[in-house]
Write a protein that binds this ligand. Sequence first.
Ligand SMILES: *[C@@H]1O[C@H](CO)[C@@H](O)[C@H](O)[C@H]1NC(C)=O
Ligand SMILES: *[C@@H]1O[C@H](CO)[C@@H](O)[C@H](O)[C@H]1NC(C)=O
Ligand SMILES: *[C@@H]1O[C@H](CO)[C@@H](O)[C@H](O)[C@H]1NC(C)=O
Ligand SMILES: *[C@@H]1O[C@H](CO)[C@@H](O)[C@H](O)[C@H]1NC(C)=O
Length: 429
Amino acid sequence: MKIIAILFIVLAVIKLSISNCYWSENCHYKQFSSKTPYQFVRGDIRDSIVKLKGCKAISVWSLVRHGKRNPGILYAQSMMDLTTMKYDIKMNHENGKGSMCAQDVENLYNWEADPNMFKNLHQIAAEGYQEMYGIGYRLRKTFKDLLKSLGDKDYKIRPAYGAWIENGVKGFVEGFGNTSMIIQKSNAVYDIMAPYEACSFYLNEVRYNQETFAELYKYQSSSEFLAVKHRIQQRTGADFTLSNKNITALYDLCRYTSSGLSNELSPWCAIFNKEDLQVIEYEGDLRHFYRNGYGNPLNEIFGRIPLADLLESFKIAKNGKGKKLTVYFTHATMMDMVYTTLGLFKDEKPLNGSFRNPERKWRSSKIAPFAANLIVTLNRCSIGQSTDYNVAFYMNEEPLKSICNEGVCSWEDFEIKLKPFTNSTLAFC
Ligand SMILES: *[C@@H]1O[C@H](CO)[C@@H](O)[C@H](O)[C@H]1NC(C)=O
Ligand SMILES: *[C@@H]1O[C@H](CO)[C@@H](O)[C@H](O)[C@H]1NC(C)=O
Ligand SMILES: *[C@@H]1O[C@H](CO)[C@@H](O)[C@H](O)[C@H]1NC(C)=O
Ligand SMILES: *[C@@H]1O[C@H](CO)[C@@H](O)[C@H](O)[C@H]1NC(C)=O
């Protein structure tokens, strides 16, 4: 009896030491902060377009973040250095160290780096091009009457500065169905879809100021975060102490080498469990919150610039002279700033490094995934003899319900909301 009991305990312990298998798990956590594949969080504008009786869209305005790009030099180097860990993990597993299951270890061992990812640093990835293609394609399908045949003066397409953004726009126009469309030149010095780039005051005070990341650093020394590091250390059986930088590199390997379009998660993700991914995602939320969001009062000012353009565009369109389509391509920073200016996804208390609120509204995986977008339509409605206008907002191709009634604002509400942003100056820069 005693022997059976001991045997039972030993078996239970052995069973416990192998954590869940990633490959056979059904429900994976797919929110990877600002490197979330668009496919994992998007809606579909074709289905979600709000149809209102007697109304039709007369102008579409949108702000689109570039699609998936390759990592930049600093992060890519750490990622490359850590790819050799797949050999260590296999060896550790064979020596009874680490707690990953056999198939996960084997999948990781068989993983090969996509040569393009480490060669064309910071450039648009094939998947990012497809993400842009998809948005162009679905926009064209959704507004088939309005966007059927566009003359040169009927639309405006302009990217922010950066080869990875500009190359993605080619995907957009291809998906839209007209590769001859005129893409305006980006402006390296200043443009309305990235006004902070030219603001040295912001860059010094916020972006490159380490104080901006104080709550993030605090979080990195919290017991919750240290527990994640400990679990990853145990799971991989690594014989060196994993640094925060190493954890970031492993996380980057997981998210950059997962594919949204083919719905395939990277074997590197098997190193993390769901809670680990949620904790690391929160690091991203803290970074975005303080660098681009409510965490600093400067951030809200920059979002006014594109929003003033939106109001102006629709005023002109309402008077019958506007563009049918305006699309600006930009960075995650701008998406964060615009939602901040609109007062959306604002938590009662600012995010901090002492407590990760699972119910928080501020989510970088939703606000600024790859190809994140805000699409706004001006609708003209005829009710009997009278004509009225309203404005519908969509975030990542789903109605942006929290802005107004189910995402549709009356013209008056729209104007009241955006008017304060006209004539904004960036004199403090
Ligand atoms: C882990 O991170 C440290 C610095 O934090 C770095 O020196 C080391 O090279 C990294 N290890 C690997 C295997 O990349
Ligand atoms: C494609 O775009 C070009 C440039 O704006 C325009 O001249 C042409 O009419 C467009 N073709 C179609 C089919 O809309
Ligand atoms: C952190 O934020 C939570 C709310 O999310 C709040 O209750 C708590 O007091 C804050 N902690 C600090 C140290 O500011
Ligand atoms: C913006 O400036 C113009 C020209 O100076 C002025 O006519 C208009 O009233 C101003 N709008 C707001 C909302 O301050």
